[in-house]
Write a protein that binds this ligand. Sequence first.
Ligand SMILES: [Zn+2]
Ligand SMILES: [Zn+2]
Length: 253
Amino acid sequence: MKITFLGTGTSQGIPVIGSDHPVCLSENFKDKRLRVSILVSWGAYTFVVDCGPDFRQQMLRAEVSKIDGILFTHEHADHTMGLDDIRPFFFRQGDIPLYAHQRVFTSLEKRFDYIFATENKYPGAPGVIKNVVENKPFVAGDLSIVPIDGLHHELQVFGYRFDKFAYLTDMKTVADAEIEKLQGVEVLVVNALQITPHQSHFNLEEALDFIAKVNPKRAYLTHISPHLGFHDAVEKELPENVFLAYDNLQITI
Ligand SMILES: [Zn+2]
Ligand SMILES: [Zn+2]
């Protein structure tokens, strides 16, 4: 299985427009972060988790020519606003399978009504196949995917386990029964927004506590704000098996 970090930044990306925060002015490529998303490939299959405003740029940058579906964690704009840019995939492949909680589909149907229209649909609009995710395993490609349920302040979000790999973002609270589902994961990705506490995201300390509970072989931090600090400086302070993700990083499991 191959993982490509398409984006590792928080909702505004890094640099933030107009910001003079030192991290936003950094010339290190690892400090430049598009909105959070990953590409997961195995065998003949390629899936994307989330589809934010940078989706088009991310697909071009990673040279993706086919996707088998998009899994959504939740409906926030930084995870969904690129949906129109599935058009090139739709024109080549036909309807694109989406996997999301019903509440996320309700939100997407409002924002992208023309994509979900069943009457008088504009011919250039892309088509999708709705796969409603509940908190139980489902099949994508030839793999059983296990949703991991958590809270993002008060909003329900799904993380996803793909065999030995798990990806969780925008988490603030995860119940012990959900953490149990991560037993045996070799590589864990989890959100770590900043150093100071935040109402809806793990800060660095909470992310490290969560990683210690799951105890994977390796963990990567994502959904990073400028307030976490410079990539190279933060990474030096992390435990041996924990790394900061950065855009374009590829790992193989
Ligand atoms: Zn987010
Ligand atoms: Zn969010």
